[in-house]
Design a protein. Structure first.
Length: 233
C-alpha cells in the first residue's frame, strides 16, 4: 500500500524556476517505476503579483492557491520561490497544511558549511528573510552594494524573460565574485533563477542551492523519511 504523501507546489514565480524545481524533485525520488514517484499537485501561476514590487498584494493570491491545493488533496506544501516565503504563515493558515520551508533549508545548509559570513544573491525581500534565519544561527550576511543590487535585479528580470546565455551567466558570476571579495565564505542562491545561470565550475565559494535542497527535503518528507514540519503556533 502506498503511504507517500501528496506534495502541493506553489509555483510560477517564475515558471522556469518551478520547472527546474520539479525536475530536481523527480531526479531525487528513488523510483523504479512510474508508481514509485510522488503525486505532485502544482499551481504554476505566473499571475501572482510581483513579490518585488508590492509584496502585500501577493499574499492573498498565494493563500488562495494554497487553499486550492489543500482542497485538491495535497498533504504538505512547498513554495518554489524564495521571496514568497514572506507569506509562509498566511499560506499555512489558509491551507491548514505544513510547509517545507526553503529559507530555513538554505540557512541550515549554510550553517553546516561552517561559514560565519554568508553571501546571498536574492531580492531585497529574500535577503531580509535570510538575514533573520542566519542571524538566529550567529552567522553574518553579506549582500551586494545598492548599485550592484540594482544591477542584479536587472539581470534577474532578464532571466525571467528567457535570457540564459553567456552574457547573463557572466553577470551572475560577477555578482558572486563581489560577495566573495566582500568576505562571504559561502553563497546562497537566494532567488530560484540564480542556479539557472550560475556555472557550477566557476563558483569560488561553497554554493547552496535552496531549491535543490528543498526538492530533496520534500522527497524525504513525502516518503516518511523526515517528519512533517511543525505548523506555526
Amino acid at each position: 500500500m502506498d503511504t507517500s504523501l501528496t506534495l502541493g507546489v506553489l509555483g510560477g514565480m517564475g515558471p522556469a524556476a518551478t520547472l527546474d524545481f520539479l525536475t530536481k524533485l523527480q531526479q531525487f525520488t528513488p523510483a523504479q517505476t512510474d508508481q514509485d514517484h510522488l503525486r505532485v499537485l502544482v499551481d504554476i501561476n505566473p499571475k501572482v503579483p510581483d513579490r518585488n514590487a508590492s509584496s502585500a498584494d501577493a499574499g492573498p493570491v498565494l493563500a488562495e492557491m494554497a487553499g486550492a491545493l489543500a482542497g485538491a488533496g495535497a498533504d504538505v506544501l512547498a513554495i518554489a520561490c524564495n521571496t514568497a516565503h514572506a507569506h509562509a504563515d498566511l499560506i499555512q493558515r489558509a491551507s491548514g497544511l505544513p510547509l517545507v520551508d526553503m529559507i530555513e533549508t538554505g540557512a541550515r545548509a549554510a550553517r553546516e558549511t561552517g561559514a560565519l559570513r554568508v553571501g546571498v544573491l536574492g531580492t531585497k525581500g529574500g535577503i531580509r528573510l535570510y538575514r533573520e534565519y542566519l542571524a538566529a544561527q550567529a552567522m553574518g550576511l553579506v549582500m551586494l552594494t545598492p548599485i550592484r543590487q540594482e544591477a542584479f535585479m536587472a539581470t534577474l528580470y532578464r532571466i525571467k524573460a528567457g535570457e540564459v546565455g553567456r552574457d547573463v551567466q557572466r553577470e551572475m558570476q560577477g555578482f558572486a565574485d563581489d560577495l566573495a571579495a566582500d568576505g562571504a565564505e559561502a553563497l546562497i542562491a537566494g532567488c530560484t533563477e540564480v542556479p539557472l545561470v550560475l556555472d557550477p565550475d566557476a563558483r569560488k565559494l561553497d554554493f547552496i542551492d535552496p531549491g535543490e535542497l528543498l526538492a530533496r527535503r520534500c522527497v524525504a518528507v513525502c516518503l516518511g523519511l523526515e517528519p512533517l514540519p511543525a505548523m506555526p503556533g
